[in-house]
Design a protein around this ligand. Structure first.
Ligand code: PCA
Length: 210
């Protein structure tokens, strides 16, 4: 049962993009239990579309007023769970989004600062993942495509309108079904377990501070 001593928790994954027909970020989010440590999860599958995704996310944030927002996306080529520490105020990618739009040199919020640091307890999350034997690392770049877009966008919303909301982005590796020559993979169950561990850590930390 959720009660007032539990945080409101939101977790997002992304739709498939580029040449892929699946995106393990949403599959792993979808596989999570409905509750973690007594807190209900709101799960959202975000579109891979510049700015549209921020509109979808902002509507959900306005409605749910989350205390904890964990954003998840695919980083094909990485072999570990990556806890993203920085979001930058830039849209720039060599591939188009799902509406066919390619952007460069474009700020996300023209009036926003250059960058924000993530605000959920990445150090405790990393320690918990290490403890569980799941390969994990800190990352200081989420790129400048849609994953960085929602990280920076959410941190800007938190800084300007939703001060209770703490945010992190978690990049996950490809899964075996997507196997391409030379691209490292992680089992979907392991990715989902990693997300559950990170959320459990965030909820426990929130309870310690409220
Ligand atoms: N990964 C992309 C966007 C959507 C996703 O899952 C990224 O790393 O920006």
């Amino acid at each position: 049962m959720t009660n007032s001593s539990n945080p409101r928790v939101m977790i997002t994954g992304f739709q498939p993009f580029d040449q892929d027909t699946i995106n393990p970020s949403w599959m792993a989010v979808d596989a999570l239990p409905a509750q973690i440590e007594g807190a209900n999860l709101t799960k959202i599958e975000l579109p891979v579309q510049w700015f549209t995704t921020l509109t979808v996310l902002e509507q959900a944030i306005e409605q749910q007023q989350p205390d904890i927002l964990m954003l998840v996306g695919l980083a094909a080529g990485r072999d570990k769970i990556s806890l993203e520490r920085v979001g930058i105020n830039l849209c720039e990618a060599s591939i188009p989004d799902n509406a066919g739009v390619t952007l460069a040199d474009t700020p996300i919020f023209p009036e926003g600062p250059t960058a924000y640091f993530s605000t959920l307890p990445y150090r405790k999350m990393k320690a918990a993942l290490d403890e569980a034997g799941i390969p994990a690392k800190y990352s200081f770049t989420a790129g400048a495509f849609l994953c960085n877009h929602v990280l920076y966008g959410s941190l800007h919303l938190a800084a300007t309108r939703y001060p209770q909301m703490k945010v992190i982005f978690v990049h996950v590796p490809s899964i075996p079904q997507m196997a391409k020559e030379g691209v490292p993979v992680m089992e979907l169950e392991t990715i989902s377990k990693a997300l559950e561990i990170c959320l459990k850590t965030a909820v426990t930390d929130w309870k310690e501070h409220h």
